[in-house]
Design a protein around this ligand. Sequence first.
Ligand code: UD1
Length: 430
Amino acid sequence: MIQYIMKGGNPLVGDVSIGGAKNAALGILAAAIMTDEPVTIGNLPNVRDTNVMLDAIKGIGGIVERINEHSVRIIGRTINTVSVQYESIRRIRASYYLLGALLGKYKEALVALPGGCNIGTRPIDQHLKGFTALGGVNHIEKGAVAVRANKLRGNHIFLDVISVGATINIMLAAVLAEGRTIIENVAKEPHVVDVANMLNSMGANIKGAGTDVIRINGVERLHGTEYFIIPDQIEAGTFMMAAAVTKGDVMVRNVIPKHLEAISAKLLEMGCEVVEFDDALRVVGKPRMRHTQVKTLPYPGFPTDMQPQMAVALALAEGTSIVTESIFENRFKYVDELSRMGASIKVEGNVAVIDGIRCFNGAHVSAPDLRAGAALVIAGLAADDYTVVDDIEYIQRGYENFDLKLQSLGAMIEQVTDERGVQKFKLRVG
Ligand code: UD1
């Protein structure tokens, strides 16, 4: 098992550079197979989720050439099946983007989805509603979703819930549909806009991405492109929170400050200093942060993917804070782990009431998922004594070189694989 061992107490100080947006990358990689011409993608984060998507593309016959660590060339001409293998698909949820991409290009797709429980808690009914409106016929067969259409025709679609995945997936299918598609009540996240920009650079005709209504005029075919992915809003936010929690002073570089406004606003409310530059944000922590209230909402609201990191900051803020999770029901799974580090948090339904303490105690904890895992690492960096975080494979799904970036800011953290590694680290840092 791979773990992070860390010793808290060092304020994070220095510069950190943010990589490409994982969630944009997943949509963009799927979009890249929609043309027979080569597509070059830059600023691609080298994380597990994007690598699984690349494997899935190879699995259906696409060509993936690594140009360097953060650039790939994809050729969709050689795709020889619209059936995406179960094994690769099971590992990331966003493989559902291959449904929209294959349906758009070949008018047919068969994509296996994660187990029933996942489907139950994170349904894809809005994706399927969109495909049906475009003329697709969906059915579930042997744990996979099959979608077929004789012809895709543009339509007027109103989403019942604001869904990033459904917005991108329907957009993917609709760009090659005949006629005009209007999608209302869409997600406005920066990665929705990035996928739309990328598709437009391939010859698609999408307008309105970033607003509540997206209008698409279908085109006959897409062509090759070279595209550079936007910076990752959540990786940036995580480092901003790490700076605040460790009372540090970090320049978070290569970001789009506009995408981080909801996070900056909360840090300012809590008494931290946030200074905005063209493509960087400097966050300076304060000896004691103030309590506040946070509710997760679709963009431009406070992102659900920053909720656990924010809760860690609030667990150290003076007074009582309230965190309301309004996007996913089951997103407080990390609270038990954080409580073992001394946090005082009560969860009632989708609300967490947090009484701030002065300092976490180091403990042995497990990452329950990607963002909660990152949050526990931040907590460990602010804890007295040692913290070990298990199951860091989750964290590596979405953070590239997380430990190395934190080390470069002065954190005492290391990836280890066994108790010997833990003991060696302890001997070394004292
Ligand atoms: C994406 C992000 C994820 C982020 C989430 C919310 C990717 C790969 N993942 O996930 O990191 O936490 O957005 O910002 O980009 N819903 C339905 N029916 C549907 C689709 C969604 O009811 O067909 C519900 C979900 O259960 C959830 C809400 O809509 O309550 C938002 O989900 P959605 O935006 O679709 O999340 P994902 O795209 O899966």
